[in-house]
Design a protein around this ligand. Sequence first.
Ligand SMILES: [Fe+2]
Ligand SMILES: [Fe+2]
Length: 471
Amino acid sequence: MTTPDYAEKIPNNVSLNEDRRLQRALESWQPNFLSWWESMGPTLPTEDVYLRTAVNVGREGWAQFGHVPMRDYRWGIFLAEREGDRRIAFGAHKGEPAWQKVPGEYRAELQRLIVIQGDTEPASVEQQRNLGATAPSLYDLRNLFQVNVEEGRHLWAMVYLLHAYFGREGREEAEELLHRNSGSEDSPRILGAFNEETPDWLSFYMFTYFTDRDGKYQLGTLKESAFDPLSRTCEFMLKEEAHHMMVGTTGVDRVVERTAQVMVENDTDDVAAYGAIPLPVIQKYINFHYSVSLDLFGGETSTNVANYYTAGLKGRWLEERRKDDHLLASDSIMVDALADGEIGQTEVAALVGLNTDLRREYISDCAGGVKRWNRILEQAGLPQRLYLPHIAFNRKVGAFAPIEASPTGERLSAGEWDARKGQWLPTETDKTFVRSLMQPVFQRGKIAAWIAPPRNGINGQPFDYDYVHLI
Ligand SMILES: [Fe+2]
Ligand SMILES: [Fe+2]
């Protein structure tokens, strides 16, 4: 690739150097991004970090690894390769060529979808900014920073679309993405779960398992979009997301593994005294993160989402593998609902039930993690098991928001809920305990007592590799 020097300021595979206006607009957004990163990004000072940087989008060798100072990380714009004759796979425009420009009639909706996706990316960096100070190992510290820089890059991905295709309004939205902040009183992030704090590493693993996984499913629906640049951006983002999922899945694996070890070694369930996290506390964290992540999928029914689908803006998870007409005009689906005040289901048109369809895909994916964690308990010879709470548990959005339910789906009065919720959700005592374990371990090859070391290092490196150089 022969790229002129000035284009190197923003690494990209979208021929930015051929569009000087766009290039200038993005170059003027860049310092604002960097000052956001300095003020809202990771707080732990580091010299450099062993990071993966996207350099290409091809099947092989799309990224390179090396020690880089984080502020020099090459945030860039990478879209998956263009499919020669990509056709729209669903909705009213099914079979027509994918759009290379934004159709005027869908401009507002597409912009909104991109802004909502874009808002989550920097939000998670903000939520995780203080975690470095308490990392259980250099390996984990490196993974945190990898997730952080890639979420920063995902913000770039959405900002590129806003700048390139949505004119002045798009540029204004790009600025707003840096002004809203997670948990801010005046201008919070758009979605609830992205204003919750991530105060400890157990929360971080749960977040990357449950909440980043919501992101995976949202990106999966946008990858189907008729708007080809959005589709190609999301396809490439999903590649990076796979690592975030791995951090969450194996992170919880390792916490459970360590807890199981301490339980067996000391023949006790009360592992807190030994500096490990008791299984009931792990369960409470699952309950919390799973239920707030379910809320991210919105209401069980949505006419907006039906319209997005019919318009071709947002498809279903693995749309092209679905064996139906991809129009759904005459299909129906059972969705969760309150029926005569009881937890039940009701039948609706498939189009308005698309949020439910996506949430179900997500739920069955989540069940995979629980299976893994239970296998660890089983292999340790322990009878205890972890589980996903009932879909009606602790919901703030959708059909079950008005009621209270136990993790097994038993309906509760407000009074019963208040009396018992401390058994199911992390209490101040639980959180304080977990936080008390969060003492940093920054020596190579060493790890905190509450978590097991990983089975594999990063990019073939051993666990005791010098993943991060602190200042
Ligand atoms: Fe992301
Ligand atoms: Fe992510």
